[in-house]
Design a binder for this molecule. Sequence first.
Ligand SMILES: N=c1c2ncn([C@@H]3O[C@H](COP(=O)(O)OP(=O)(O)OP(=O)(O)O)[C@@H](O)[C@H]3O)c2ncn1[C@@H]1O[C@H](COP(=O)(O)O)[C@@H](O)[C@H]1O
Length: 108
Amino acid sequence: MSAFSLADLEAIIADRAAAPASESYTAASLAKGPVHCARKFGEEAIEAIIAATEGHHQGLVAESADVLYHLLVVWRARGIGLDEVMAELARRTAQSGHAEKASRPKAS
Ligand SMILES: N=c1c2ncn([C@@H]3O[C@H](COP(=O)(O)OP(=O)(O)OP(=O)(O)O)[C@@H](O)[C@H]3O)c2ncn1[C@@H]1O[C@H](COP(=O)(O)O)[C@@H](O)[C@H]1O
């Protein structure tokens, strides 16, 4: 398991949001507004669908990374934090009765 997390990516996006648009893809995307960011996310999602449909393993890994990055940029553009989404997932997990399983230590 990589040590890199979505929380790390969120922190990088927050940091780069303040950079000049000429120096940062993130800042340039955010400067174009949430609708642009959402469209970009949609394009990347379609590319991930194509890779999944074709059964292209490395392609799907790469497109998934693009999807996650662009989703976090959309959240940033709309003022949503990773914590808010994780809280929603935790709420659903608790509701479905799987919370105990999720907190169990993983077998190594
Ligand atoms: N994870 C990513 C990441 N994934 C994809 N991309 C960019 O997303 C773009 C998507 O590719 P496309 O070919 O569809 O885009 P494009 O045609 O070049 O761009 P558009 O004009 O269509 O937006 C590429 O230009 C990639 O550079 C990313 N850009 C940045 N990050 C992360 O953000 C950090 C900060 O980057 P900067 O903001 O550039 O400093 C990086 O260190 C990474 O951690």
